[in-house]
Ligand binder design. Structure first.
Ligand code: KIV
Ligand code: ZN
Length: 509
């Protein structure tokens, strides 16, 4: 079986999703998990667009040893030079140059003619090849590009040294059979095509990103680009977990393989959702909460007799922990540690002690502590650990007669305790106002507030997601607690910490 190169762009295109900003530490954490997942190429960022991206790429390039680490750059000589500075520490670096090829983009956006596009592409590919032997070229908006020009452009960049040529369906316009034909025609009409790997990068505007990606593989593409959970610009990118599981489940049809350790899919998906703040829809293929749940009596009857009746994938294959073990008040540290290990967490002694204390507090309030509760506790601890300002305590009064009032104490980065009180239209408003009084960031605007319960039941942990906007950028904060006002305070403090940390990085340069 031929192997398909899995190119992950969660940290670049995925992060471009509105509201999906990640900080440097979060990018590094996702990159480490992508390495465990076994992706072949990690597109770590677009370093010329922000100092934060530059730093994230530099750190990822320095640390990761197994995958190729790739940077995206415009087709401008200076941008190629700067991008190389970010990725040069990688064991296997790749420079990825993008330039539009469709007449729509050339005419309305770039105001350049086709000859100029070919020239810029060739020059920048040659420049990139001076730095490294692995150079990818993307013809942006390929699906709306006149085919003859596409062949000419690809032939020119391959002759200039591009080792991978990527044809993106940038606006999600392609239809699967037509897209397959387009790939066939590239093979037929670009004389030097076999000197490069053909790649596809499909967007999901019409819900066809995965179908188009698979179609392209069927027609000879051997690299596929996508993101975890399908996040990305607008309706997102092709969901890599879906592509990988389609290739694996229907090996009989595709006769293709990947280097992915599928047992890491669930964990990677949860981590990306947690850090980007993008919830996974319940009916999402492979990783949605309902993907392996059976509801109708007929289906349950079949499942009891033989899982094959209604299930084409064993949930264990994607790393969903076997059985949903329930811990309770009497469960000790040992049982807790064992379950953490089974869920794939390897905490330090200190981290374990904190997580165990949080577990005991939760078990006092909630009869059954499930795997999802434990995941939520660990994630909350991780966030609080990395936050510069930490929530020490909060006291809130609210009701239909009194004035909602919130009193909060935060621990500042210098270790000092800072307390304030404020009133508001409701307890969450009062809490955000009081936190604003302590962490003074001008011009912060709260744009989204969502509460979800981790499990069913009235005693469930509530997870709050808050998005704020500052200087035109969007930041996400998350917090979890059985009391949703405490969870809201944690989420707001987390969001403001992320604004502070992003500003620090941007002011370093
Ligand atoms: O969608 C697109 O065309 C892109 C390119 C940078 C590959 O993201
Ligand atoms: Zn894209």
């Amino acid at each position: 079986m031929e192997k398909v190169t899995i190119f992950d762009t969660t940290l670049r295109d995925g992060e471009q999703a509105a509201g999906g900003t990640l900080n440097v530490q979060e990018k590094l954490e996702i990159a480490r998990q992508l390495e465990k997942l076994g992706v072949d190429v990690i597109e770590a960022g677009f370093p010329v667009t922000s100092p934060g991206d530059f730093e994230a790429v530099r750190l990822i390039a320095k640390e990761l040893r197994t995958p190729t680490v790739c940077v995206l750059t415009h087709a401008i000589i200076d941008a190629v030079d700067q991008s190389w500075e970010a990725v040069k520490g990688a064991k296997q670096p790749r420079i990825h140059i993008v330039l539009s090829s469709s007449d729509i983009h050339l005419f309305y956006q770039l105001r350049k003619n086709r000859d100029e596009i070919v020239k810029m592409s060739v020059e920048t590919v040659k420049r990139a090849r001076k730095y490294c032997s692995d150079v990818e070229f993307s013809a942006m908006d390929a699906s709306r590009t006149e085919p003859e020009f596409m062949y000419r452009l690809l032939e020119a960049v391959i002759a200039a040294g591009a080792t991978t040529v990527n044809v993106p369906d940038t606006v999600g316009y392609a239809m699967p059979p037509q897209w397959g034909q387009f790939i066939d025609n590239i093979f037929k009409n670009v004389p030097n095509i076999h000197q490069a790997v053909v790649s596809v990068h499909c967007h999901n505007d019409l819900g066809l990103a995965v179908a188009n990606s698979l179609e392209a593989l069927k027609h000879g593409a051997r690299q596929v680009e996508g993101t975890i959970n399908g996040i990305g610009e607008r309706a997102g990118n092709a969901a890599l977990e879906e592509i990988v599981m389609a290739l694996k489940t229907r090996e009989d049809f595709f006769n293709l393989t990947t280097g992915i350790d599928t047992t890491q899919i669930y964990k990677t998906s949860r981590l990306v959702s947690e850090l980007t703040g993008f919830a996974i829809q319940a009916n999402k293929a492979i990783v949605g909460g309902n993907a392996f749940r059976h509801s109708s009596g007929l289906h349950i009857d079949g499942m009891i007799k033989d899982a094959k009746t209604y299930q084409i994938i064993d949930p264990k294959t994607i790393g969903i922990p076997a059985g949903s073990l329930v811990l309770g008040k009497t469960s000790g540290r040992h049982a807790f540690r064992e379950r953490l290990a089974e869920l794939g967490y390897n905490l330090s002694d200190e981290g374990l002690s904190r997580a165990f204390a949080a577990f005991k507090e939760l078990a006092d309030k909630k009869k059954n502590v499930t795997d999802r509760d434990i995941e939520s506790l660990v994630a909350q601890d991780k966030r609080a650990e990395s936050d510069a300002y930490k929530l020490d305590r909060i006291q809130v009064t609210s009701g239909d007669r009194g004035i909602p009032t919130s009193a909060v104490t935060l621990i500042a980065p210098d270790g000092k305790f800072k307390s304030e009180a404020a009133v508001g239209t409701g307890p969450v408003d009062a809490t955000c106002k009081v936190i604003d009084k302590i962490i003074k960031i001008p011009g912060i605007r709260l744009t989204e507030f969502t509460v979800n319960s981790v499990t069913e039941g009235i005693d469930a942990i509530g997870e709050v997601l808050i998005r704020v906007e500052s200087e035109g950028l969007s930041y996400t904060g998350r917090g979890a607690h059985t009391d949703i006002i405490v969870a809201s305070a944690r989420a707001y403090v987390n969001a403001l910490n992320r604004v502070i940390s992003a500003r620090k990085i941007n002011s370093i340069k």
